[in-house]
Write a protein that binds this ligand. Sequence first.
Ligand SMILES: [Fe+2]
Length: 208
Amino acid sequence: MNDRKVIPLFSTPLYVNNLGNFNKPDLRFLDYTHKTPTGESFSFLTSVDKNVLERPDLASIRTLIMNEINYCAREVYGVAGNVEFYITNSWINIYGRGDQAGAHMHNNSLLSGVLYLQAPGAGGEIVFHRDVQSQLPFPPVLDLDMGIYNIYNCKSWPYQPKTNDICIFPSIVSHSVQPNDSDEARWSLAFNVFVRGSFGGLHKLHIK
Ligand SMILES: [Fe+2]
């Protein structure tokens, strides 16, 4: 008999849920480009419109996503109700066979997320990367051999998305996308989230 336990202190919350079937508008009519706003080239296509969730025909999807963001903000991150979370940008990505994305993080954003509108089984994992400067569980100057791979020692963690999955994570977490090994395209809706409202004690901050 023992009472061993491990408490994952100061960990990175990667929130995942499956939303089940929901109505999806035809997104093929949007304009798509290979260029991201940063000028960095990626092989996948991304919508020119970076506010797709403001389109009326995506209103119900916006509601679904906001419900997930609010659940995450209140129940996972534990943020109080006076802090409003809102979507700053939202865009569609299309990954054909072989398309992938290098490691990146999302600037000017607190939380980021992806809703997988269509995710073929071999459509490529999203991979989250540990900060290379992370001192935990050991400083990076040590590269110890590991007997098992787990959330405490991993340098990266893959997640294979399924259709209608949503992932929400801190925008500062570096992530990449593995190549799509399927002939079926992968469609995803990505979004960034920021906060507004009045918060703080002595030095109150007002963000509109
Ligand atoms: Fe991303």
